[in-house]
Design a protein around this ligand. Structure first.
Ligand code: UD1
Length: 419
């Protein structure tokens, strides 16, 4: 079984370059199913989730060639199957993103209910509500959802909560629908803007991405496009916290500071120096005493739920007590038990966690329960005395490209072993 073995690390120092965004590239790949023309995507990160998406799309009929340097070519001359295999969908919740494109292109999609990180019940009712509004007939059968429509028709869709995946799925389906679709209370995440930029290069007519109202004028066909994926803001944030938790100084390149404003503000509140320039972001935590702060996770541009666990690991090491409120997912504190086993003092009650700071973490045998929880344990291990062994690291490798190599490059004591 593969594990990370982590020793107490010196203050991290040097430069690290951020890879393309996982959460942007997955919907962009799905969007490439909307055309029979060739699409070229650059800055594709090397990740297990991208491999899963490639496998899934090849099963549907896409031809995918990955060239060195993170360039991927996708061409789906015809759809071989509108059915997505169960074993792939169980591995990754984002598999559900092929539903909108398949339905729009072929009039049919059959998808098993999705899996992915075990962080709450995560239904797909909002995806289905939107597709129904566009005229799809939806039935469920043996754990699968079947959607069918001759031609989708534009409609007004109000999302009860601003779901990222539902916004993406409905936008992709509406791009080829007849007439105009307006999505209200849409999610505003930068990954949605990136996907919409790609769709517009393909010939779609979409405005308002990045606001809570997206307006899509449907077109009859979409063509090929070339696109470079935005940098991963969650990876960026994870390395910012890695610098802070080890009281180091790290320059983060290929990062977009605007996408990590909430984290930057919170690190500054704790006393970490964060400097933004054309060269990227410099995080310097070498001086002064760092102190507690409170966070609540919210849809973008609020504090990201995907950074909550890593920030909580950091909060265990600062002076004072902090309150964390998780508003996006109802079950996203699975890292708390593991952090407490490393000497943290965190209490949870529903969506609220109280973190007592100033703890000297101790290395322990811990396991990654999901992708970001796993990253939090790695960061905790960097600042803990003794040795930390993190197992179930396949979760972490779903979403961090060359994580060990990048951390070692700035001085971390971490190795990957097959035990
Ligand atoms: C995406 C991200 C994930 C991030 C999350 C929130 C990708 C591939 N994944 O996930 O990393 O943690 O946004 O920023 O981009 N919900 C419903 N019904 C639905 C859909 C969602 O109730 O139909 C609920 C979910 O259970 C959850 C909340 O809405 O509580 C947010 O989910 P959503 O924004 O859809 O997240 P994902 O798109 O799955």
């Amino acid at each position: 079984m593969a594990k990370y073995i982590i020793g107490r690390s010196p203050a991290l120092a040097g430069e690290v370059a951020i890879s393309g965004s996982k959460n942007a590239v997955l919907p962009i790949m799905a969007a490439a199913l909307l055309t029979d023309a060739r699409c070229e995507i650059a800055d594709v990160p090397t990740l297990r989730d991208v491999d899963v998406m490639c496998g899934l799309m090849r099963g549907i009929g896409a031809r995918i060639d990955a060239r060195c340097g993170g360039v991927m070519e996708i061409r789906t001359a015809g759809i071989a199957s509108e059915e997505v295999p169960n074993e792939l969908v169980k591995k990754m919740r984002a598999s559900v993103l092929v539903m909108g494109p398949l339905l729009a292109r072929t009039g049919r999609a059959r998808i098993p209910l999705p899996g992915g990180c075990a962080i709450g019940t995560r239904p797909i009712d909002l995806h289905l509500k939107g597709l129904k509004a566009l005229g799809a007939r939806i039935v469920s059968e043996n754990g699968c959802v079947i959607a069918a429509a001759e031609r989708l028709r534009g409609a007004n869709v109000y999302l009860d909560s601003p779901s990222v995946g539902a916004t993406e799925n409905i936008t992709m389906a509406a791009a080829l629908a007849e007439g105009t679709t307006v999505i209200e209370n849409a999610a505003e995440e930068p990954e949605i803007v990136d996907m919409v930029n790609f769709l517009n290069k393909m010939g779609a007519h979409i405005r308002g991405a990045g606001t809570d109202t997206i307006r899509i004028e449907g077109v009859d066909r979409l063509g090929g496009a070339k696109h470079t994926v935005i940098p991963d803001r969650i990876e960026t944030g994870t390395f910012m916290i890695a610098a802070a938790i080890t009281r180091g100084r790290v320059q983060i390149r290929n990062a977009l500071p605007d996408h990590v404003k909430s984290l930057t503000a919170k690190l500054r509140e704790c006393g970490v120096d964060v400097c933004v320039s054309d060269d990227g972001i410099v995080v310097d935590a070498r001086h002064g005493v760092l102190t507690a702060t409170d966070i609540k996770t919210l849809p973008y541009p609020g504090f990201p739920t995907d950074i909550q666990s890593q920030f909580m690991a950091f909060l265990t090491t600062v002076r004072g007590s902090s309150v964390v409120i998780e508003n996006v997912f109802e079950n996203r504190y699975m890292h708390v038990n593991e952090l407490n086993r490393m000497g943290a003092n965190i209490k949870t009650e529903g969506r609220v966690a109280v973190v007592e700071g100033d703890r000297l973490l101790r290395g322990a045998e811990v396991f990654a329960t999901d992708l970001r929880a796993g990253a939090a344990l790695v960061l905790a291990g960097l600042s803990a005395s003794g040795t930390t062994r993190v197992s179930e690291i396949y979760h972490i490798e779903r979403g961090y490209s060359a994580f060990v190599e990048k951390l070692r490059g700035i001085g971390a004591d971490i190795v990957r072993t097959e035990e």
